[in-house]
Design a binder for this molecule. Structure first.
Ligand code: AHM
Ligand code: MG
Length: 340
């Protein structure tokens, strides 16, 4: 059987996209190498002294694990030297990450969550790296890139995807007009090989996924949405199961393959400031691009994630993502409750 590597697949795809240049391949190549290095370290967790916390908190007030910091540094180091980026943004860094003077620059902007789900590392649960790629708004950006040069709606993403470090390491990605493709890392040859070509999410699934312990912090509409998935007599016409890993990449990957819905609704703990937990730019938007290109949907309850205009780098959003049927159902309930 012919085994296609991710770069071979990309080169083949690039031939069909006249505007594609070798610079995008270079970007992806460097990102893939970073992920292989992270995967190697994640696989050693427990054997070598790499688990635990650094003692620092990130800008979200969360404890930084040593692997979080390691993954962040691997990606920044490699990508700053790739010669194709004008700037980067990471969950683990408050501001834009500039390309140091003297290093070649390009016009791509990379946004990433270096190690999503990292609070699960100690339990050997699947974790992942999420990435999102844009082009700068202006063709030439100055030596110091400004947020206004690069912040754009998710719909403008050139490519997006994730690496998942699990029983096997996988890469799932999509490009602007492309489908969604999955590759599995063959550790014996050190390459990601095409294992899941043209992934399509089922129109309707059998699983809903949400942290239901927050029930008391939800508004009535959210409670109604979740109750609907628990009701075998609802017009969705089936009995759902609940799965919740608490690691977005892992919960999303299951949703993509099996269908259903993953939800992280707004939390009303502070009723004056209801908010989602997940971040628009490096969690919601890239996964929204993947799910839409696979035939699914992603909203903040009402609005399409890919059309939300970001105001800041670490903006949060509620997220409803997965099969059309379930995400539409959630939207219908939110719409009804707004008009009441
Ligand atoms: P992280 O980026 O700091 O790892 O946080 C995001 C994670 C997601 O992976 C997951 O979906 C969510 O937090 C779980 O949150 P909760 O524990 O509130 O259910
Ligand atoms: Mg995260």
């Amino acid at each position: 059987m012919r085994q296609v590597t991710v770069i071979e697949h990309l080169l083949l795809h690039q031939k069909q996209v006249p505007m594609a240049t070798g610079r995008f391949t270079r970007l992806l190549n460097e990102l893939i190498l970073s992920a292989k290095i992270i995967s190697r370290e994640v696989n050693k967790a427990g054997l070598v002294d790499i688990l635990g916390y650094t003692g620092d908190k990130n800008i979200h007030g969360e404890q930084v694990t040593r692997l979080d910091e390691y993954a962040h540094r691997v990606i920044v180091h490699r990508m700053q030297r790739a010669g194709v980026l004008c700037a980067m943004a990471s969950e683990e860094h408050a501001d834009l990450i500039q390309i140091p003077h003297g290093l070649p620059v390009g016009d791509y902007f990379l946004v990433f969550d270096p190690l999503d789900g990292s609070s699960n590392i100690e339990a050997n649960v699947n974790i992942g790296t999420i990435f999102s790629i844009y082009r700068a708004k202006k063709e030439r950006v100055g030596p110091e890139v400004e947020l206004s040069d690069v912040l754009q709606k998710g719909i403008e993403q050139v490519a997006a995807g994730y690496f998942i470090y699990g029983p096997s390491t996988m890469m799932v990605y999509t490009t602007k007009d492309g489908g969604v493709h999955g590759f599995t890392l063959d550790p014996t040859v050190g390459e990601f090989l095409l294992s899941h070509p043209d992934i399509r999410i089922p129109e309707q699934g059998k699983i809903y996924s949400v942290n239901e312990a927050y029930w008391n912090y939800w508004d009535g509409a959210t409670q109604k949405v979740v109750s609907t998935f628990k009701d075998p007599n609802s017009d969705l016409g089936r009995l759902y199961s609940l799965r919740y890993i608490g690691s977005l990449v892992a919960d999303f990957h299951r949703t993509l393959l099996y269908g259903g819905i993953f939800m992280y609704p707004a939390d009303y703990r502070d009723p004056k400031k209801p908010r989602g937990k997940l971040r628009l730019l490096y969690e919601a938007a890239p996964l929204a691009m993947v799910v839409e290109h696979a035939g699914g949907m992603a909203t903040d309850g009402l609005n399409r994630i890919l059309e939300i205009e970001p105001q800041e780098l670490h903006q949060r959003t509620p997220l409803f993502i997965g099969s059309k049927k379930e995400v539409e159902k959630a939207r219908e309930i939110y719409k009804e409750s707004k008009s009441e």
